[in-house]
Structure formats: structure tokens, C-alpha cells
Design a protein around this ligand. Sequence first.
Ligand SMILES: *Cc1c(COP(=O)(O)O)cnc(C)c1O
Length: 293
Amino acid sequence: MTSFRPHLPVPLNDLSQFYPSVQEVQVLRLDLLHPVISGNKWFKLRFYLEDAKKRNAAELVTWGGPWSNHIVATAAACASEGIPCTGLIRGEEPLKWSATLQLAADYGMKLRFLPRADYDLEKLPADLDDESIYQVPAGGYGINGALGASGILDQMNSPFTHLLCAVGTGTMLAGLINRCFKQHHITGISALSGHPELEARVSNLLTTTDVNWHILREFSFGGYAKYSPQLIDFMNEFYRKTHIPSDFVYTGKLFYAMEALLAAGHFPDHARLLLIHSGGLQGNQSLEGRLVY
Ligand SMILES: *Cc1c(COP(=O)(O)O)cnc(C)c1O
């Protein structure tokens, strides 16, 4: 798996000068691992790919939307590992493919478009329903995904008290919790509103009950991939201030939440915050130039 391993150690940006109400604010920059296939997806896919190889899978198949970070990361990872792959894409085929789909296809992924009803059931098309086909659940959700995500903290030797990350399927959050201890407080910022089963889905992947964690839904800006001019303004301002770009689906909402929680006095003075920048910048292409970076 050498070719697939992202470059470590991951850079850590110190933002303490901007947020003096706590002892320290650091950002683990997984967005810098690769210009396109950045972030937590490398980590979440790692053990699925190993498993697929071990089983001599003829092909790997996974699910995602037309702007999915998971789809493009899977395409790139499979290309680098020499595993044929198919992406099952939610909805009818658009007249013009998104930049994400085009890039996935350029990496050699075959794309198939599924009607929403079939997609939502994660039902494999009959010709792919075969033992030789290795399935990776949407977003890499599962034990292997969480195990890989735990590796995000492998290179972190700087102490922290509070960990914040964005949440989609909850796989990364589960992996991070599994690598933490009693003294840590972990906050997941949900990119989705609603989704009442999210906590249970995280719990299903946990190997520890010692760690304090919770998920906040009030920073979703109305739901998955929803945004307002206020969020875009915040992301532009955050970039001007810190030189850290964010994406509007996950990490923009994460940094917005961090500032809101700091302003509300949510953290004690001695807190050392660690934020996971989980990447996802390629998805900003769907905004067509509304961001300054
Ligand atoms: C996929 C993704 C997430 C969500 O990860 P989950 O493990 O599904 O919760 C967060 N941030 C970014 C940038 C992502 O691409």
C-alpha cells in the first residue's frame, strides 16, 4: 500500500493569535495531503482497499452524489492501487457531468447513474451483485472506515483537550473517538440537519465508551450542501485572516461553528482546541467562483 499512503506528517496550523480566549487553537491540515484527493477520504478508504486486494476482488464499487469527495477519492485510490472500480451516482445522468465526475472518470472509474429510489436503498444493479465485486458503503461508513480514520491522529503529538470535526456519515468522528481518552472532549459538527440516527450510527463503530462526545446540528445551514451568503462571507473572511481555505459542505461549517462556540464561551480558558481540516475543497467548484480562493 505504499503508493496510497498520504504524505505525513500532516501540517498543523496554529491560529492561537486569532482566538485568545482559549489557550490554543490548532488545525490539522488534511486538506494539504493532495490538491484534489485530500482530507479524510484517504484515511477512510485505506483498509477497504487492503481488504479488496486481500480478497482478490475483480472490482470495487461504491456510491456517491455528483459532487462527492468520496467518489473522486475512491477513483484516485483505486487508480493508484490498480483496482478497477465503478461509481454508482445518485440521480439521473446530467447533460453535463460535474467536474468531480469528470475527474473520477479521468482516473478510470466507470460511472453509472441510479434513480434516487434505488440509490437510497444502496441496491446493487443485478450485474454487479456478485461475490467478486467488493462493496464500499457510501462515504466509507463502516468498521474499516473508522479504523482508517483513527490513523488521522497517529502523527498528532501535540496535546489537545477539545477536538472538533465535521460530520457526514460519522465514520471519521467514530475513528477519532476510538483514538481518544477520558480527558478529551469531542464535538462533531453535522453537515446535515435532522438525521436522528446519526449518534447510533457513530456508536455502532465505537470501541470505547470512555470518551465524551456529542454532535451539534445547529450549524448545518439548513442541511447537506446548503449554504447562505453569510456562510460564504465567513469562509472568505476566515481565509483572509488565517490563509486556510475551507469547503462549503463541511469545513466551512466547522470553522463557523468553532467561532460561534468560542464567542458563546463554550470552552474553558485552558482549552487547547484541535480542529480537523478534513479537506473537500474540490467540491467548491460547484459554487462557480463565489469564494476568494
Ligand atoms: C466526507 C467528508 C466529511 C465527513 O466524513 P464522515 O466520515 O462521512 O463523517 C467531512 N469533511 C469532508 C471535507 C469530507 O469530504
